[in-house]
Design a protein around this ligand. Structure first.
Ligand code: PLP
Length: 439
């Protein structure tokens, strides 16, 4: 262990819990009201820019992915109320949830079946657009359906896209890049599941496997890419484009809540719980939601006990200068989408003034929650996604937060959203194996 971390273990209870491999719930005391948000590394206008870009690409996406016909090329997931799961959490965990419990089903996002179908696909599209604009082959005012033509596939085929991944990011980047015609190399860490590698290879993606963890796969991928001027590296540790792709979810969610006549205001608070790996996905969604709902939305991240990197980075203020391994934590978790030992270099700083807190959860509970959701709602989500219930099953800490925020008497009118970040592409036999885990 790094010696200078001892003072954080001694003074911050959540860090002490993490060090002892105990579940914890860190409340962020650096959160400030929306009106006092400092200028960040990003500007809200950039969300608008990302949204417009996704709209430009919609005709192309509709053309090449039949499953996007229904939405006219927009990649979006259902927001569904899950009253049976609410009863289950209240009964089995004494969660005491009042108000509505909903599931944001990014687990069922088209194309790649995880939240990465937001950020990952967005970043590939942005890169493709940049290249085509620069080559004079495309104008922003064109109908982007033309990108399906052979001359574009041929053009993109001279370029390489590379990414390091624990699995799901590689799936999004791989599937989308291959569809456009890019040569694509996915550097997979040891946590990545075999079926993801098989699926990608089946789509013409080059998959390189590493015996080491996620950081090592990223490092190698970056090195590979930097040595090739025709290669572009999707940098999960630093990427603003990924973050912006995720942030578009904020406005999309607002439209869905509006359509379902679910109010969000001072008397109807919104609580959102998002599983966190390196931080890009939950950070981007949080950033997007905060621009819309300000103080009326309360965002929490959830992480595995063994991969609580964002909690450590934010609670200590060290951000990406600390890794779980520095505390002697092994980073091993069945929640492969969250198996990250060191947080993003910029997300922690961006969300520091707006995030409500971070809960950690033991792996074995993920399987119980998985079975509960399947049993009560007939919805299957993967272990990582089940972490979205991790804060809701810690009623004592949540109660403390509500009291401090003066929200206790408002929660019966509130809405909780668990962000289910992945699952629909998990093969049948893997599902069956998951459902028997931890029994
Ligand atoms: C990637 C992923 C997350 C978290 O996203 P980060 O950007 O790594 O924080 C959560 N759940 C699933 C299923 C994922 O694949």
């Amino acid at each position: 262990m790094r010696e200078e971390l001892q003072k954080f273990i001694d003074t911050i209870p959540a860090v002490k819990d993490a060090f002892r491999l105990k579940e914890t719930f860190w409340i962020n005391d650096k959160k400030v009201p929306q009106a006092q948000q400092p200028a960040a590394a990003l500007h809200p206008d950039q969300i608008e820019d990302a949204r417009n870009r996704l709209e430009r690409f919609a005709p192309y996406l509709e053309e090449v992915f039949p499953e996007l016909k229904a939405t006219g090329g927009i990649i979006e997931s259902e927001l569904r109320e899950i009253p049976g799961m609410k009863d289950f959490l209240n009964t089995a965990y004494g969660a005491g949830i009042e108000g509505r419990l909903m599931l944001k089903m990014d687990s069922h996002l088209p194309i790649s079946g995880s939240v990465k179908a937001r950020g990952g696909i967005y970043e590939v599209l942005k890169h493709a657009e940049d290249l085509a604009l620069e080559a004079g082959m495309l104008k922003e005012t064109d109908n982007y359906r033309v990108l399906a033509e052979p001359k574009f596939r041929e053009f993109f085929g001279k370029h390489t896209v590379q990414v390091g991944s624990t699995g799901n990011l590689g799936m999004s980047i791989g599937i989308m890049s291959a569809k456009l015609g890019f040569h694509v190399i996915v550097h997979m860490s040891a946590d990545a599941k075999q079926w993801k590698k098989d699926l990608l290879r089946g789509r013409g993606v080059e998959v390189i496997e590493y015996a080491d963890d996620y950081c090592a796969a990223v490092e190698q991928g970056r090195k590979n890419s930097d040595g090739d001027e025709m290669s572009y590296f999707v940098d999960d540790e630093n990427s603003k484009n990924l973050f912006l792709g995720y942030s578009v979810a904020g406005e999309r969610l607002k439209n869905q809540l509006d359509r379902q006549n679910i109010p969000v205001d001072r008397d109807h608070p919104l609580f959102v719980y998002i599983p966190c790996g390196i931080g890009g996905a939950p950070g981007g969604v949080t950033y997007g939601l905060k621009q819309i709902y300000g103080d009326n939305v309360h965002c929490f991240f959830t992480e595995p006990v063994h991969a609580c990197c964002m909690m450590l980075g934010m609670a200590t203020g060290l951000q990406d200068q600390v890794s779980v391994k520095d505390l002697g934590i092994d980073g091993r978790t069945d929640a492969d989408g969250l198996a990250v030992g060191r947080p993003s270099a910029f997300v922690g700083k961006v969300v520091e003034p707006m995030l409500s807190g971070i809960a950690t959860i033991e792996d074995k509970k993920l399987y119980d929650l998985m079975r509960g959701l399947l049993d009560k709602e007939d919805i299957f989500i993967e272990p990582s996604a089940c972490a979205s219930f991790g804060a809701l099953i810690r009623p004592t800490e949540l109660k403390g937060y509500l009291e401090k925020a003066g929200l206790t008497d408002k929660m019966k009118n509130g809405t909780h959203i668990a962000w289910a970040t992945g699952g629909s592409m998990v093969p049948e036999e893997t599902r069956a194996a998951y459902l028997k885990m931890g029994l």
